[in-house]
Design a protein around this ligand. Sequence first.
Ligand SMILES: [Zn+2]
Length: 220
Amino acid sequence: MTLEGTNAYVYGADPCVVIDPGSEDPGHLDAIRAAAAERGGIGVVLLTHSHGDHTAGADQLGAEVVQPGDGEEHGGLRTIATPGHAADHVTFLSPEGVCFSGDLVLGLGSTIVPPGGGSLAAFMSSLRLLQGEEIDLIAPGHGPWITEPEAKLAEYVEHRELRERRLLAALEAGERSRAALLTTVWDDVPVELLPMAAMAMEAHLEKLGEEERLPGDLYE
Ligand SMILES: [Zn+2]
């Protein structure tokens, strides 16, 4: 999802690393090239995941494009596998404690776990994994920097745990209609955002299903 565009980052120097170049817009790519030229050129282009709004301009920067695996280090950044929003999602951690979080954590709004490719169970594990790292700043794929990473990660985890508790309570009370579950559990969501909430609910239901915690079949 693009909220005001995707954030591209230029990290380090001699050479530098470009993270998630994003848009193919020539002006945007020129700005990245100029910033990189001041830092001794681009050593490698790193991608947090394969969604087009993060990767589009990558091949046009004249450097190797890599989507690293867990534990790999590139240009001083350590890769941590953080699946959930996408199965191939990773984040990058600098020795200074900056976490380039891609779409795992956003500076604005809330991350979605899209159907087909996303997994809420994996997403929750990834958040908890980051809670165990020393992080002073989160530089997200969308929105402003997050200067209180601990609070933001806790908020993300708690928000989803609360939904899950409410969803389980409604299921345990006997509700089996998806429409009723949505309006009961996501009762604070404005009407125009209900389609997003419905996606979130499907991700929750899938997780509960995988964990064999769904009490029965649901209908629309
Ligand atoms: Zn994405």
